[in-house]
Design a protein around this ligand. Structure first.
Ligand code: 1HA
Length: 270
């Protein structure tokens, strides 16, 4: 597909085709493990995709066909987090997780090969996951001295159920694409050669839908689980819709025209 580069980065590719933005980790020599820089670049690209009104859906993936993402790069793991050029330890992937969850556009994980550790959590948080037949899923934290007790545990449990989520974390086994499909961890499994075409076809279907309806739905699905922050998201969308109404415009216009607002013509719905 004629993907067009939106911005050049060191650790990721950031491309667009029609209304689809694609963020792809480009460290295949490490199975697309992330460093603080990788995450910072993904975070910036995610924000650019959010701000761009021509983008309706985002694909998250990894280059090379052998890995989606293998989690934090253990070779730059220092005391207190993953260390970048500034020697500051960071766990900034947690901020990226919240971005994926709250961006008001669908995010689709396109998974070939390994989705492991913190890389597994990234696909879990995406709205949809499409897997190639070679995809392998799992958590490794308790093997390598780490754990993600946030979305990585609680949201995973919402997706696959408590027993399965606990199995995934307590045993650190690896699961193939069919296992993942069976436990509701992915939406579809396709041959590797068809992965991108299928993912793009799903995205094109999404792009045909009402963007405001999709936006409301994403925040509605989140609201149930995300407490006050989830309600803030859903309520923010309610405010957006209200601002579009003549009733809300009357309030703003009255203020600017230094007159009393006249809401009398607006119906008091039952
Ligand atoms: O838990 C968290 C967090 C929790 C809270 C807050 C923030 C968090 C942030 C991150 C994380 C984590 O991600 S912890 C989990 C970290 N990841 C892992 O434990 C997975 C490590 N990798 C593997 O177990 C295996 O590589 C593999 C099962 C994915 C694939 O095995 P395979 O096919 O045998 O390939 P392998 O030879 O191991 O890997 C290819 C190359 O990629 C190797 O490099 P080479 O020896 O050829 O130089 C390998 O070292 C490198 N590599 C793979 N994964 C990582 C990695 N290098 C650094 N970090 C990695 N994660």
């Amino acid at each position: 597909l004629p993907w067009k580069t939106i911005k050049e980065y060191k650790d990721i590719l950031f491309q667009q085709y029609k209304g689809i933005a694609k963020i792809s980790i480009n460290r295949p020599h490490k199975h697309n493990a992330f460093t603080p820089l990788t995450v910072q670049e993904m975070s910036e690209a995610m924000e650019l995709a959010r701000q761009d009104t021509s983008v309706g859906v985002i694909i998250l993936t990894g280059e090379g066909g052998k890995a989606f993402c293998s989690g934090g790069d253990q070779s730059v793991r220092g005391d207190g987090g993953y260390v970048g050029d500034d020697f500051v330890p960071r766990l900034n992937v947690l901020d990226l997780q919240r971005q994926i969850r709250t961006i008001p556009k669908p995010v689709v994980a396109m998974v070939a090969g390994w989705a492991i550790g913190g890389g597994h959590v990234l696909h879990v948080i995406c709205d949809l996951s499409i897997a190639a037949e070679n995809a392998r899923f799992g958590q490794t934290g308790p093997n390598v001295g780490s754990f993600d007790g946030g979305f990585g545990a609680s949201y995973l449990a919402r997706v696959v159920g408590q027993k399965k989520a606990r199995e995934i974390w307590l045993l650190c086994d690896q699961y193939d694409a069919q296992d993942a499909l069976q436990m509701g961890l992915v939406n579809k499994v396709v041959p590797l050669e068809e992965l991108e075409a299928t993912t793009v076809a799903w995205c094109e279907k999404i792009l045909e839908k009402s963007p405001l309806a999709l936006r409301m739905l994403k925040s509605a699905f989140n609201a149930e689980l995300d407490g006050q922050a989830g309600i803030q998201e859903l309520a923010g969308n309610a405010t957006l819709l209200y601002y579009l109404s003549d009733e809300a415009k009357e309030g703003k216009n009255a203020f600017l025209e230094k007159r009393k607002p006249d809401f009398s013509k607006f119906p008091k719905f039952p």
